[in-house]
Design a protein around this ligand. Structure first.
Ligand code: UD1
Length: 461
């Protein structure tokens, strides 16, 4: 449990350094398990999800050494288990990514069914359909996926019914050592996918993005460990940019990469913000009063869904009516009543559209009449400090941002340490920029996968 207390009203000014993306770093650690020798991974952000990955790899018999705060060595030599611990699956869809390395080494894998952020039901049907196309047999037992490829993985042609970022990565990692050629159509175009491809190719894989959404993989039999650089965190960059703009400050986000932030930068300019692209980062400040904008979240190169919570807070400070339309996840406005309670004028609605199957990235079967897909925000409005509780990492960052521009004190109760899953030291980074923010943390048990659990799993399988 972490408790953040923010006193609003202080403009953020100065520079902040961002490091590697959580959503690229832990995947490189998993990819290292496909190699015969250790890999060194640079520019990691040592966030909660990286620690979880380290613990899963250790549980499986591999080794992860942190050489410093941003560098890890992953040694796959001792891998001896093919069943991942249950807690890893409870945390995110990303646990599915262990399928490839475990199946190619052991011919089987037992993985928990995923949970993750409370932003939707998080099915993995696209991952499973793709694995089945590569020759994987799938059974469900006691809440676990039991995967086996008795005749080995074989190359195949698979078309994703809709975009899946981690689904694409799961299949790339499964196909990389499969026999023959795999063609992934309608594959995700997120830059984190390309960062993973870069790792694998340098390690000896043969992967090519032949069209923006088509990836061809020629299976190889061996891969060797390499040194890899994790790409900069798009989400951290957007968090500090929104904090600078919302508080009427000026922040140079060092390490931010403009190439992969185009959709965001375009909206910042439309809203009246300045984006000075410098050699070592991007400087954000307000050029004029903020004005209302409309955003639609979408897979890359669109406006990323992870940014919409922060953008909504920013738009409470903009003149006019803004709209935010979420098309990636089916239920991502759970925070709206909290923001309304803080003083935001926000109403939820469902945009009228002809072809929801075409527009929405989630499975329509996961939708519900209780879910809203759009928000209208009228501004500018004053926000007032409250005590709020965090549900997921992006909402947590959003609540801190709301606190920075609220009158009085905002207390953010992060009962499950969601914020630290995605940010290393968000509170101290914000404080270094002039925010008045204090954080207190309760000690956590560092061993999350206990021996009893290992034994229970071994007897089950
Ligand atoms: C990844 C990112 C997450 C980001 C998201 C969209 C990681 C660890 N997480 O999540 O930060 O918000 O991409 O850019 O990289 N879906 C299915 N069945 C599937 C797979 C997905 O129905 O088998 C649905 C999801 O519920 C969601 C939509 O498809 O509504 C998109 O999911 P996906 O692109 O797979 O997101 P993640 O990879 O989980």
């Amino acid at each position: 449990m972490a408790k953040y207390v923010v006193t609003g009203g202080f403009p953020l000014r100065g520079q902040v350094q961002i490091f590697g993306a959580k959503n690229a770093g832990f995947k490189a650690m998993i990819a290292a398990l496909l190699c015969d020798s250790p890999s060194k991974i640079n520019n990691l952000s040592r966030v909660g999800d990286i620690e979880t990955t380290r613990e899963v790899i250790t549980f499986l018999g591999g080794k992860v050494f942190f050489l410093d705060d941003h560098t890890a060595k992953v040694d796959p030599a001792g891998l001896k288990r093919y069943q991942a611990p249950m807690d890893c699956g409870a945390k995110s869809r990303a646990g599915m990514m262990f399928a490839g390395p475990l199946l190619s080494r052991f011919g089987k894998a037992v993985l928990p069914r995923p949970g993750g952020d409370k932003i939707g039901v998080r099915p993995v049907d696209r991952h499973l359909a793709g694995l089945a196309a590569l020759g994987v047999k799938i059974a469900v037992r006691d809440g676990l996926f039991v995967l086996s490829a008795p005749k080995g993985l074989h190359g195949s042609r698979f078309r994703f019914p809709k975009n899946s970022h981690t689904g694409t990565e799961t299949l790339i990692m499964a196909a990389v050592k499969a026999l023959g050629r795999t063609v992934l159509e309608n594959a995700a175009a997120e830059p984190e996918v390309d960062n993973l491809i870069a790792f694998l190719n340098r390690a000896g894989a043969r992967i090519k993005r032949v069209r923006p959404r088509t990836i061809v993989i020629e299976g190889v039999s061996r891969m060797r460990g390499i040194t890899h650089l994790v790409m900069a965190d798009r989400n951290a960059a957007v968090t500090f940019a929104c904090a600078a703009l919302a508080t009427r400050g000026e922040v140079l986000v060092k390490g931010a990469d403009a190439k992969v932030l185009q959709a965001f930068l375009k909206k910042v300019r439309e809203a009246g913000g300045a984006t000075e692209i410098q050699e070592d980062g991007i400087n954000f400040y307000r050029e004029k009063p903020l004005k209302a904008t409309g955003i639609v979240t979408a897979p890359y190169p669109g406006f990323m869904t992870d940014w919409q919570t922060l953008w909504t807070v920013l738009m409470t400070q903009a003149q006019g009516q803004s709209t935010v339309w979420e098309t990636v996840f089916e239920n991502r406005f759970g925070y709206a009543p909290i923001l309304a309670d803080m003083g935001a004028k926000i109403t939820l609605f469902n945009p009228k559209i002809r072809d929801p199957e075409e527009v929405y990235n989630f499975d329509l079967a996961d939708d519900s009449p209780d879910f809203w897909h759009g928000a209208k925000i009228s501004g500018p409005t004053k926000l007032f400090g409250r005590t709020v509780t965090v549900n997921d990492v992006r909402t947590g960052a959003m609540m801190l941002l709301a606190g920075l521009i609220s009158q009085g004190e905002t207390t953010v109760l992060d009962t499950k340490n969601q914020i630290s899953r995605g940010y290393v030291n968000l509170a101290s980074d914000l404080a270094s920029l002039g925010a008045k923010i204090k954080v207190t943390k309760e000690a956590e048990s560092s061993v999350i996968f206990k021996t009893a659990q290992v034994k229970a799993l071994e007897t089950q399988n």
